[in-house]
Every structure is written in C-alpha cells, then in structure tokens.
Design a protein around this ligand. Structure first.
Ligand SMILES: [Zn+2]
Ligand SMILES: [Zn+2]
Length: 401
C-alpha cells in the first residue's frame, strides 16, 4: 500500500499520469489481489483529508441506458455529501451507491435544463419513501427574472407534484417531502454560496443558452475541485479554476458527430457544438491554460468513435492528465494522489437505513383521506378474502391491531 502510494506520488510529481490505479502482485493462487481497479460502494472509509468524487451522470438530455444526464456526487472526508446537478436518469446510479437518503439531502444546481435537474423528482419522492427524515436542500442560481430562477422552479415543481405529495402526506410524515431553496446571484464571481464544517462552495457565472447558469468550486482541506456546468469557455473559469486539483468541464460532441449521430443540421451543429457548449479544442485550450492536476471532460455520449473524436480534438491543444468521463467513474482526491477507478455496484440495490428514525406519519384523522367513499365502494371483496389469512398471520406475528 505504501509502495503504491509512493508510485502514485512519483507519477503525480512527473505530472504526466496523475491518475493511476496500480494492479499490484497476486502472490498465491488462493490469495487476494491487492487492487482490481474498482471501487465497491460503502466498503472503504474516507480519509479525513480526502474527497471522493463520483460521476453519476455524464450524458445528454436524450436518454441512454449506459449514460444518465449530468450528476456528480462529492463525498467529503468530514462526512458531508453534495450532489452537483441531478440530471435525468442519474438517480439509478446514485441509488446503487446504497448511501442512506439522509446523507443525500444537499443538491447544488448549475442550471435548470432537465439534463441537470430532471431526476430531482426521483430523489425527492424516492428518498422520501426510502427513509429520508428531513427536507431536501437545494442551492441554485436566481434567474434574470424571478420566473427564470431556482426558487420559482422548485415552487412549481412541488405544485406539479401536488397529487404525489398530497397522497403521500396521508401515510408519511410531510417533513421529508419539503424542499428548501437557497438562491444566489448567478452574476456573482467566486462568491461563497456554502460554508460549513471546513467546506466552502463558490459559484462563478457560466455562458450557456441564457442568463442563469453557473459553475461551482468546492474547497476542502487544501483541495480544490471545480464542477463545471454547461458553458462556453469563460474568463471566470480561467481565472478561478486555476490551481485546482481536479477540474470538470464540459466537452461536447464534435459538430461532425452532432450531424452524423444526433441528426442535427450542420448549422445547428456548429451553433450547439461550438457556441452553446464547449468544443473539444476549446476544452483543450481551457485545460492547457489552467493546468489542473487532473482534467475531466463530460457531457457527450461516450462510445468508441465519439471518444476518439473528442480526444483527438482535445489533444491538438492539451497534453495533460485527462479523463473523458462515463457514468460510475470515481476519483479519490488527496494531496498524495488522484486515483481513478470504476464503481462496481449492484443493479438491484435497496435503500439502506441511516442513523435517524423516520418522523412519525400523521395521526389518523389529522389529514384528509385522499380517497373518496365512492372510490372505496369499488373495492372487490374476493381479493380481501383471498389475502385475509396472510394478513391475519402477518398482523399476529407483528403485534398489529
Ligand atoms: Zn444546459
Ligand atoms: Zn447540459
């Protein structure tokens, strides 16, 4: 272990391949391998001065089974966890980490495109039914007008899900179904939006589609991680992402691949791929300018051909340490090393209980029954009769009235 650390340190010092997972030596046919390049969630404690960053979504708004839309989970050595964006489909990856939902109550949104917050519903309702005991907290930018801001979005999100909440409130405590929103100015540069327990999160403006989007800078224990939201390369990023340990920035599909694979017209492709988003060459310029310990590109469907095209574009301009993210890539970030591995997690993970007891459901009669007598009168009694012995036995076994 010490030797591996040493190798990582030397490699880090050389600056070429900071990300490294050593294979180690298998010394006996019945022994264990020291390192399989993978991380099994929940099996390693995090060191006090370490950050574990997990890509839970790296794709695009159009759904794809092997790549959800944007979501990065930062796990901090002090015990804090922060979700940066929660794009469509990403909660299946988050859930497979089997982290109690009480630890997943803080969400930072870069902007309000669905590929960055489309799975808030899954965290909100799914976490509520699976053991979260307190409200969700969401941080996000104000808009140029109130109705373009995060508070408006969440207020109307809850209105859209009124039926969901009202019917759940009858059987569950309403407390975990609440969402508190902390808005901040999207124009503020390097402004602190969160500061607690040694963690500081700052925001810088981004240039993407309309006013409002931001990127986040997370600092902890002398480490600096930048989580870039959608943006054309911007001067705030160049200035404030410098000296970072790990820098995530979008890199989009090449215009040619947007035409070939995404059905876009050439005019659309050049606009989306080089003005609304960041082209591989522009990503390379950003990284070769700010020189992070490790660079991460994301926000494209990463398959052999697209990977090669994006990589070739980046390598025209940037030769430093680089990952082109896919879902379930994980980085352990410390002063000593940045180690990249892939997560191995089950497809059929259940939620894991946390340390807190869920708040009690409302007392009978205190909340209006959302089912009318008319609908109740349609209950088919043979079904009740068929399940009666099982129900009786279960009640007896569990001392239920
Ligand atoms: Zn966007
Ligand atoms: Zn996006």
């Amino acid at each position: 272990m010490i030797r591996m650390r040493l190798i990582l340190l030397i490699v880090s010092a050389l600056g070429a391949l900071a990300v490294f997972a050593a294979g180690g030596v298998v010394k006996s046919p019945t022994g264990v391998a020291p390192d399989r390049y993978v991380y099994y969630p929940g099996t390693e404690s995090l060191k006090k001065d370490e950050i574990r960053l997990i890509a839970c979504g790296t794709g695009l708004p159009a759904a794809r089974r092997d790549q959800a839309a944007t979501c990065f989970l930062a796990e901090i050595g002090n015990g804090d966890k922060f979700l940066f964006d929660i794009g469509t489909g990403s909660m299946t990856n988050v859930a497979a980490l089997m982290i109690p939902y009480d630890f997943l109550d803080k969400v930072f949104l870069t902007h309000l495109h669905t590929d960055h917050w489309g799975d808030l519903a899954t965290l909100w309702a799914g976490g509520w039914t699976a053991g979260r005991t307190k409200p969700l907290q969401v941080w996000g930018p104000v808009g140029a007008t109130p109705e373009m801001g995060t508070a408006y979005a969440v207020e109307h999100f809850l209105k859209a899900y009124n039926w969901d909440a009202t019917t759940r409130n009858f059987v569950l405590s309403p407390e975990p179904g609440k969402i508190t929103v902390k808005e901040f100015d999207y124009k503020a540069v390097n402004a602190v939006v969160y500061e607690k327990n040694g963690v500081t999160i700052r925001s810088i403006p981004a240039i993407h589609a309309g006013d409002g989007p931001v990127s986040f800078i997370l600092e902890y224990a002398g480490l600096k991680v930048v989580i870039g939201g959608d943006t054309f390369p911007n001067r705030w990023f160049i200035e404030h992402a410098r000296n970072a340990d790990l820098v995530i920035h979008e890199t989009f599909l090449t215009p040619a691949d947007l035409v070939r694979l995404y059905g876009q017209s050439p005019a659309q492709a050049i606009g989306v791929g080089t003005q609304i988003h960041t082209s591989p060459q522009a990503f390379g310029k950003v990284m070769s300018t700010i020189k992070p310990r490790h660079a991460v590109g994301y926000h494209f469907f990463n398959e052999q051909s697209t990977h090669d095209h994006v990589l070739l574009g980046i390598r025209q301009v940037y030769s430093g340490p680089l990952s082109l993210a896919v879902d379930n890539m994980v980085w352990n970030i410390s002063k000593d090393a940045i180690v990249e591995r892939m997560i191995v997690s089950p497809d059929q993970a259940w939620a894991v209980n946390g340390p807190n007891k869920p708040p009690a459901p409302p007392a009978p009669g205190s909340v209006a029954d959302p089912i009318s007598d008319f609908i109740k009168s349609g209950r088919w009694q043979p079904a009740e009769a068929a399940q009666a012995p099982m129900v009786d036995k279960f009640k007896k076994d569990n001392d239920l009235k």
